[in-house]
Design a protein around this ligand. Structure first.
Ligand code: GRG
Length: 296
């Protein structure tokens, strides 16, 4: 196992414990809602956003125990978005993280409430007293996550995505949608990790922001490539989800080779501002490779 793999595994396990302790126990009323919230969050997911928060926190010298809380808030928002995204009124997916999606395991009304409750739990976590020595900074963090997940961020991106089905988007329009739908939360994860440091260096913050915006887009380009490759493997059996719903992707717009070149360019762009930080940025660099070279 490489140093990065053991760091990532350790961080993923650590996040599982943090999320476990933030989520209400399933024997506390309303039991079914709490059980469904735990079902949606625990025991799955790559925790990419948490890894980003921790890697950014490490570059800025943040206390990992504080980063845990910020990273958990982002993972809770992410889990809520997946629960809602899977519902019949959105993407209508039966499976998530290798098991029945939340509305399939429970029911639509419960899944709706799971998303609502996870979202408020995220903000409750960010409001943990003492998360920042500087209370203004802590308010900045709340604001940052609210903007990233709301109508000017992830929820807005989802609205644009829903409105784009069947339309011929160009690359600029596709990029605009992804910057909001998935990029905003990925960017927030890295920025929140950095905000946990006692002294926030503006140059470091700018470097992390540049990195996170590029890697957020790369994440989506790679996701489209992986989907297209999975679709072509199953060609003749079942059509892929994107093909079925006629959704524009980087592969449908650019073709597979050009999409791969774009992923590489975005990786290079993400890594460029980290060069000045040497070993302190090691985990951020490795997370970027993990995101762009993943095969799942
Ligand atoms: C419903 C408000 C609302 C928003 C939904 C992010 C999102 C917006 C929907 C996700 C749809 C989707 C599957 C997009 C593809 C890229 C993506 C975000 C995949 C899931 O993220 P991963 O791969 O998931 O980080 P894990 O399970 O590893 O956490």
């Amino acid at each position: 196992m490489t140093d990065f793999q053991s760091w990532a595994q350790h961080t993923q396990q650590r996040m599982e414990q943090v999320l476990n302790s933030l989520l209400p126990a399933s024997d506390i009323a309303p039991d079914r809602l709490h059980e469904a919230m735990r079902y949606a969050v625990l025991g799955g997911g790559k925790r990419v956003r948490a890894l980003l928060a921790h890697a950014a926190g490490e570059l800025c010298g943040a206390n990992p125990a504080k980063v845990d809380i910020a990273a958990a808030a982002v993972e809770l928002i992410h889990a809520y978005s997946l629960v809602h995204d899977d519902m019949p009124c959105m993407d209508d997916d039966d499976l998530r993280r290798g098991k029945p999606s939340c509305h399939k395991q429970y029911d639509d009304a419960t899944a709706l409430l799971v998303g609502d409750a996870l979202q408020t739990l995220a903000f409750q976590s960010l409001a943990t007293p003492g998360l920042c020595t500087n209370p203004t900074r802590q308010l900045d963090m709340v604001n940052l996550l609210a903007i990233a997940s709301g109508s000017r961020g992830m929820a807005g991106g989802q609205a644009i995505d829903l409105a784009s089905v069947g339309k011929a988007l160009d690359q600029t329009e596709l990029e605009y949608m992804h910057i909001h739908k998935t990029g905003a939360l990925i960017r927030a994860a890295a920025l929140l990790g950095a905000h946990c440091a006692d002294d926030l260096d503006q140059d470091q913050l700018q470097a992390i922001d540049h990195y996170a915006q590029a890697i957020g887009l790369a994440f989506q380009v790679v996701d489209d490539i992986l989907d297209a490759e999975a679709d072509s493997e199953t060609l003749g059996k079942t059509a892929g989800k994107d093909a079925e719903s006629n959704k524009p992707t980087y592969v449908t717009i650019l073709g597979i080779d050009q999409a791969k070149r774009l992923a590489q360019e975005l990786l290079d762009d993400a890594l460029a501002p980290l060069a000045a930080y040497g070993d302190a940025a090691q985990q951020l660099k490795q997370v970027a490779y993990f995101i762009t070279q993943r095969s799942f």
